[in-house]
Write a protein that binds this ligand. Sequence first.
Ligand code: ATP
Length: 447
Amino acid sequence: MTEVDTDLMKKLVSLCKRLGFVYQSGEIYGGLQSSWDYGPLGVELKKNIENSWWDFTVRTRTNVVGMDSAIITHPDVWKASGHLSHFHDPMVDCLQCKSRFRQDHVEGDVCPECGGELTEPREFGLMLKTQMGALENDSATVYLRPETCQPIFVNFKNVVNALRLRLPFGIAQMGKAFRNEITARNFIFRSREFEQMEMEFFCLPEESGTWFTYWLEERMAWYTDRLGILRDNLRFREHDDSELAHYADGCTDIEYRFPFATDGWGELEGVANRTDFDLTAHMEQSGQDLSFQNQVENTKIVPYVIETSGGLGRTLLAVLLDAYREEEIEGRTRVVLGLHRDLAPIKAAILPLSKKLSENAAKVEELLRPHFPVRFDVTGSIGKRYRRMDEAGTPYCITYDFESLEDNSVTIRERDSLGQVRVPIDSLVNEMTKLLRDGWPAENPGT
Ligand code: ATP
């Protein structure tokens, strides 16, 4: 990691706390390592990303449906999936500084932190377990799901029967997953409790290659077109044979240029052809028939599945890093979160030029509040208030000035171009709806 990049992470972590995006969990008690809480702006950003994913993956397609499964899962699910026997990462400990690392994260045979001697690799179980019911015996041991996709396979028949689905189709789910990670670090990039956004797309085996390519392109398009992440900061990375799970017939990660990653890139999402491995495993474990009637040939087949598996926290971190910028304007540094308007937690701030105008300006806020998340801010100079909103990623500021009392109009100022336009309050809801849908028109003054 270069000095500049370390600096960027520090600035971002501090901005997240100061503005209410992300806090360390249990901070007043010294903090729970690698557990994070989302504040008022963070929860809005998170929900906007979730909604964007759900909309893109489920709502706008005729061949993908959603579901929402329990977090505490039947232990046999994890037997069938192989998690109980295989979900272990070999880890090494430093004998000197006591840091612990995943073996595949260490280059060479000394501690990356202090150069000390490392232990031999040891297995480390990644599933978090708990007891269900009053009796603490083995039969009551259950697991918090380490991924959201297995319950999709388990419910495959239920969903197919309920909707009379025909191949090809997808089932999507997003929600919490838990892994007892050996080294949880890099802010929200790797934590023990996180959220996944996953979709399993079932298809004929002979069509799985085509669908794999299709979903890879679709997923990349979501990051660039919907979230506004720069394409140059994203890349595809194909797994080589040594990384590929034995059942998989291809896996490609979508990676982001994370400043802390040793080779400059870190995984955002994996797209994999999992063949018929999962459904077959659940058929064997449960004794239930999860095969599918192939209408074309009137035969029974176990479909192949293309999985898209992304993480919400990592996406949110990539969105923030990509949006963060500093600009020098008239000798001052302006910090801007250039968030896509669809993701911005606050869509517009209403700023009276003087405290004396508060009452009238508050009416503008009341007018907009039913339509968009807005914020009223009267404290500090107008320049300071603009800067606060720029840092929070708010795309539009609406200034109520003394002239507004006469002409019943306000000025909308756009965050990136600093362009301004005067708009009658009567048409403000319409104008803001247009600006939030289409963005700032190039011909507006100041652009
Ligand atoms: P890594 O190699 O980084 O541990 P993985 O290959 O184990 O990731 P998957 O099992 O493919 O990850 O999970 C799918 C997605 O879930 C990842 O691409 C990532 O976005 C997210 N994810 C996985 N583990 C974590 C974690 N501990 N914290 C935050 N997000 C995670």
